[in-house]
Design a protein around this ligand. Structure first.
Ligand code: UT7
Length: 329
């Protein structure tokens, strides 16, 4: 299995920290120093998450030099689909990828990493030849814009990676681990509202709907700086790879302080830590492919580079993947 193309798409609307200070009691200095974020993108009325997914996918298809009709599977990691029955089939139709099975996978901020590892299984076992994986979220729609502890963190975006089955001896996915702990899920969730309305006779019916994102930031922070290094260490040890031989650390873009803490733990220099938090904030399932695409296109990530990646967040869920970027052949 090889990574042969990448693409990304972001909404046009930019919301700066200064603008958020008009909504809640915050300021640019606090947000920058505590998180590393300067601005984020928010989907506006002329855009949709399906549009972003489709644009990101088209760029990835172009880089991979694939025709959409040759894609076997489209897997979208998202917690905020345009349609609860599935975002991926809409994107399949937009792309004209008529031969691809298309479905969504939900694992919040770990979603892209989980989708990558899931897709790799189909490619490695010979079921599929070409798979498009997408990470996309529109958390702006589920934000409590009066809660300064959470609304400054998130933004919208989408990223896509084209994965191809190969016969070479070294598979691009060198090692991985995935973890979940639902017993700690309460510190970050986006729950259904429990609004029961009369149906017929004495029967009640639960009206569909969701509340806003609820987050205990400190607990999530502690979870991330404890669990991500522990899992990364296990994967590195299993693969007999030393931290020094990594070309890049590509973490879920949640908070610059989390990225720094993980890098410090392995003595990975700042120049090897990929970060674009300042421009986009936390785009949930989109952060990893958005960052990878940016670094591939500006030439930082080169063919053969070894990348350690980790997604972590609601669930709680977290995962690590060690992989190489092969790029288009
Ligand atoms: O994908 C995973 C998604 N979630 C995360 O990644 C969240 C991880 N957690 C974090 O990134 C950090 O915990 C936060 C950025 C959310 C908060 O940073 P912190 O350094 O943990 O701040 P804190 O919650 O300890 O709050 C410190 C102070 C508090 O004031 P008092 O009680 O000390 O007077 C907060 O009320 O900062 C205050 N505060 C703010 N002040 C200005 C919290 N949010 C803001 C804000 N602007 N936006």
């Amino acid at each position: 299995m090889s990574l042969v193309g990448s693409g990304s798409a972001i909404p046009a609307q930019i919301v700066t920290n200064d603008q958020l200070s008009l909504l809640v009691d915050t300021n640019d200095e606090w947000v920058r120093t505590r998180t590393g974020i300067r601005e984020r993108r928010i989907i506006g009325p002329d855009e949709s998450l399906a549009d972003l997914c489709s644009d990101a996918s088209k760029s990835a298809l172009e880089m991979a030099n694939w025709d959409a009709s040759n894609v076997d599977m489209i897997l979208i990691a998202t917690s905020t689909p345009d349609d609860l029955f599935g975002l991926a089939p809409k994107v399949q139709a937009k792309l004209g990828a008529a031969n691809a099975v298309a479905f969504d996978l939900t694992a919040a901020c770990s979603g892209f990493l989980f989708a990558f590892i899931t897709a790799a299984q189909f490619l490695q076992n010979g079921s599929f030849k070409r798979v498009l994986i997408i990470g996309a979220d529109q958390l702006s729609g589920w934000m409590d814009w009066s809660d300064r502890r959470s609304c400054v963190l998130f933004g919208d975006g989408a990223g896509a990676i084209a994965l191809e089955a190969i016969d070479q001896t070294e598979d691009a996915l060198i090692g991985f681990k995935m973890k979940s702990d639902g017993s700690r899920g309460d510190c970050l969730n986006l729950p259904q509202t429990r609004n029961f309305v009369p149906l017929v006779g004495s029967h009640l019916n639960q009206k569909g709907g969701f509340s806003n994102i609820q987050m205990n930031g400190q607990e999530v922070y502690k979870f991330a700086v404890r669990e991500v290094p522990a899992l990364l260490e296990k994967v590195l040890n299993n693969c007999e790879i030393s931290p020094e031989s990594l070309d890049w650390l590509l973490l879920h873009q949640a908070n610059q302080r989390i990225l720094n803490a993980v890098a410090d733990r392995f003595a990975i220099p700042q120049q090897k830590v990929l970060t674009n938090l300042a421009n986009y904030g936390n785009t949930s399932a989109a952060t990893i492919p958005l960052m990878l695409d940016e670094a591939v296109r500006d030439g930082r990530v080169e063919k053969g580079n070894l990348i350690a990646s980790s997604g972590f967040g609601a669930g709680l869920s977290w995962g690590v993947a060690l992989f190489r970027w092969h790029g288009p052949s």
